[in-house]
Design a protein around this ligand. Structure first.
Ligand SMILES: *[C@@H]1O[C@H](CO)[C@@H](O)[C@H](O)[C@H]1NC(C)=O
Length: 294
């Protein structure tokens, strides 16, 4: 009797503790570049260090460069540690994104817009579903992304897409299928990253130009973590199963602590949010209504 009582108490404490623990995705396991990725273009503008556990992308006036994942994935957790172009990076854009390969494509984007020395980077995110994007959000970061590595990751399951910077959720895109909205769920995506010159739009509509005397511009990467359902091998399985860790209850929504952190980012670092752009969208897009703070 006493034992079962103690046992019940113990169980209760364990359950409480796990409920309060929340839903930070699993800690990424760093692997070498070649495990998950291959260069896409301008191979000579990628440099490898420590057996490929770190790489650098080079942008000069001749070309930028990029790489992509070997596999295609349907759901999972994808993260990259990036140290962005230091110094005068105005006009350069570093991107890390997931994209499907067809015309009505799905896409989940991180885009880092460089700036003049000492001026803040902008992080722009976007989500495309069925070929439709126009869901830009822009924030400043709360640290200097050029002085050390920070992790940028995406958690993607049937319920939500969460953008994380380190462990802080900066954006959530909920599955709003019930509101008639497309959600990426049946098209595998590959991961891509690139560094290129975009001084025609990235710097406040092309106001400032890339200063080529500062070239080459160099972005550094490590981590290369992918934990997803590989679709070429198990496409049917990926679409129908619900047993992987990212499908579980604690990853179907943010917890209270994560919502507070999201709110903190929103209120302090937002530059632009399409959800609140009444000029562009007189009626708020349906998925925005899922945002608790708007
Ligand atoms: C660059 O810095 C200026 C001044 O702080 C800021 O207004 C701008 O948003 C920053 N980013 C870009 C891409 O221009």
């Amino acid at each position: 009797m006493a034992t079962s009582h103690t046992w019940a108490l113990f169980l209760g404490v364990v359950l409480l503790a796990s409920a309060a623990m929340g839903a930070a995705p699993r800690k990424p396991v760093p692997v070498p570049f070649g495990r998950n990725y291959v260069p896409t273009w301008a191979f000579d503008h990628i440099k490898y260090y420590n057996g490929g556990s770190q790489i650098q992308l080079y942008l000069d006036k001749y070309t930028g460069t990029g790489f992509q994942s070997k596999g295609s994935y349907l759901f999972g957790h994808f993260s990259m540690d990036i140290k962005l172009v230091p110094g005068d990076s105005a006009g350069t854009v570093t991107a890390f994104y997931l994209s499907s390969q067809n015309s009505e494509h799905d896409e989940i984007d991180f885009e880092f817009l460089g700036n003049r020395t000492g001026q803040p980077y902008i992080l722009q995110t976007n989500v495309f579903t069925g070929g439709k994007g126009d869901r830009e959000q822009r924030i400043y970061l709360w640290f200097d992304p050029t002085s050390s590595y920070h992790s940028y990751s995406v958690l993607w399951n049937m319920y939500q897409i969460v953008f994380f910077v380190d462990s802080v959720p900066i954006r959530v895109f909920k599955n709003s299928k019930d509101l008639g909205l497309k959600f990426p769920f049946n098209q595998p995506m590959k991961l891509y990253s690139s560094l290129w010159n975009a001084d025609d739009w990235a710097t406040r509509g092309g106001l400032e130009k890339t200063d080529w005397s500062k070239a080459p511009f160099v972005a550094s990467y490590q981590g290369f973590h992918i934990d997803g359902c590989e679709a070429s091998v198990e496409a049917k399985f990926c679409a129908t199963q619900g047993k992987r860790w990212w499908d579980q209850k604690e990853f179907q929504d943010l917890d209270a602590f994560q919502y507070r952190r999201l709110q903190w980012v929103r209120s302090r670092y937002t530059i632009y949010n399409y959800c609140t752009d009444r000029k562009r969208y007189p009626t708020m897009s349906p998925e925005c209504k899922r945002d608790r703070d708007i």
